[in-house]
Design a protein around this ligand. Structure first.
Ligand SMILES: NC(=O)C1=CN([C@@H]2O[C@H](COP(=O)(O)OP(=O)(O)OC[C@H]3O[C@@H](n4cnc5c(N)ncnc54)[C@H](OP(=O)(O)O)[C@@H]3O)[C@@H](O)[C@H]2O)C=CC1
Ligand SMILES: CC(=O)N[C@@H](CCC(=O)OP(=O)(O)O)C(=O)O
Length: 343
């Protein structure tokens, strides 16, 4: 049994990890932290976990977490970087769901995240946890930087085109919508039902902090500079991300559907739908899958790729668990074979 800890067990991604880990055959959840709920039973705070998780929230202390084989950080940005080094020095593998280790350039990280990085030397060791790109490196990693929710949907959508050099990479567009759970559980005016319901808006159109993360990922594949316009929107639903991606083709798009099917044929969590489909976020809600559909409207040289995920599963906790499975040599899909909830 692998003993795992979760720092930030009361947030949306922390609770989602608990839901998934409850069904994992090779994991024992030994530490779950919350500063506000320390001392309370997990299933008292989250009755949905009654009968599944038999533990009590504790304070986030390195000493206690050091007994774990792996620790997930489901915490706000700027938290994992304060504890990761000490845990790793004690042989604990760290899987960070936040952005602390995603950007390779600490100066760029400091610019977008508005704080000084506490351990820039560790960034180099971190492996970006997108299994469809980095599977072999993830298997040997001690520190995983799990991708953001928007970057997961956008990168998986563009990936086959960029690998094959089929599109103009300096004119990519990602128009992306997220449900409100993407903003986390902490009270926020913008995500209250009376603020987000019955309305729909873009935000951070001038530059969202996921922009440099997506560009870094795509440039690594393209092996050249990439230009991307990325506009996120808040949509009045709880879970789900829908990315509409636009990519100008360099040649005719005849073989593109076959390219996507071939690229993802062995990927357990990327599902390429029949050509011209319209993926629906409800069909991935609760599941660890990214559903993708390709369109070439009117045969023009502009490809439209639709990519949907559940932000809390393939966009966060499910992907984090997929990474953990790879790190410990388990079946990659252990604990993750879950069909979406419908309706
Ligand atoms: N929500 C989403 O869809 C996605 C989120 N992420 C990232 O995952 C991380 C967690 O997100 P989410 O679950 O939504 O966040 P929440 O705000 O819902 O939860 C945050 C959790 O962290 C704990 N926490 C807060 N501050 C600290 C601290 N300084 N030290 C230790 N624990 C702390 C909180 O509990 P307490 O205060 O009681 O300690 C709480 O359990 C974030 O970095 C987010 O950007 C990534 C992909 C998708
Ligand atoms: C709807 C919504 O507010 N979404 C969040 C993205 C959440 C996330 O996953 O961001 P990090 O992991 O990079 O912090 C946002 O735009 O800030």
């Amino acid at each position: 049994m692998v003993r795992v800890g979760i720092v930030g067990g009361t947030g949306y991604t922390g609770v989602e990890l608990l839901r998934l880990l409850a069904l994992h055959k090779k994991v024992e959840v030994s530490v779950v932290t919350s500063r506000n709920d320390a001392g309370k039973r997990v299933d008292e705070v989250y009755p949905s976990l009654r009968g599944f998780i038999d533990t009590v929230f504790s304070a986030p202390e390195v000493e206690r977490l050091s007994d774990c084989d792996a620790v997930f950080f489901a915490t706000p940005n700027g938290t994992a970087m304060l504890m990761a080094e000490q845990l790793m020095a004690r042989g604990v593998k760290v899987i960070d769901l936040s952005a602390d280790f995603r950007l390779k350039d600490p100066k760029q990280w400091e610019k977008w995240y508005g704080m000084e990085h506490a351990c820039p030397d560790l960034i180099e060791q971190a492996v970006y946890g997108l299994p469809e790109v980095n599977r072999e490196a993830i298997k040997n990693a001690n520190l995983i930087a799990c991708p953001g929710c928007y970057p997961t949907a956008v990168q998986l959508g563009f990936l086959p085109l960029i690998e094959q050099g089929l599109v103009e990479v300096d004119r990519l567009v990602a128009d992306v919508k997220s449900g409100v759970s993407g903003a986390g559980r902490k009270a926020q005016l913008t995500t209250l039902m009376s603020e987000a319901g019955e309305s729909f808006k873009a935000y951070a159109a001038n530059g969202h902090r996921h922009l440099p993360e997506v560009i870094q990922g795509l440039e690594r594949i393209a092996k050249r500079s990439v230009g991307l316009t990325f506009v996120p929107h808040l949509i009045p639903m709880i879970r789900g991300i829908h990315a509409t991606l636009y990519a100008p083709l360099l040649e005719d798009g005849e073989a593109v559907q076959a390219l996507y099917e071939q690229r993802y044929i062995n990927e357990p969590f990327v599902d390429v739908l029949p050509y011209g489909s319209h993926p629906d976020t409800r069909n991935v809600r609760g599941g660890n899958v990214c559903q993708i559909a390709v369109h070439q409207p009117q045969g023009e040289r502009m490809l439209v790729v639709l990519s949907v995920i559940d932000n809390l599963v393939k966009g966060a906790s499910g992907q984090a668990l997929q990474n953990m499975n790879l790190m410990f040599g388990f079946d990659e899909a252990e604990g993750l074979r879950i069909p979406a909830l419908y309706p």
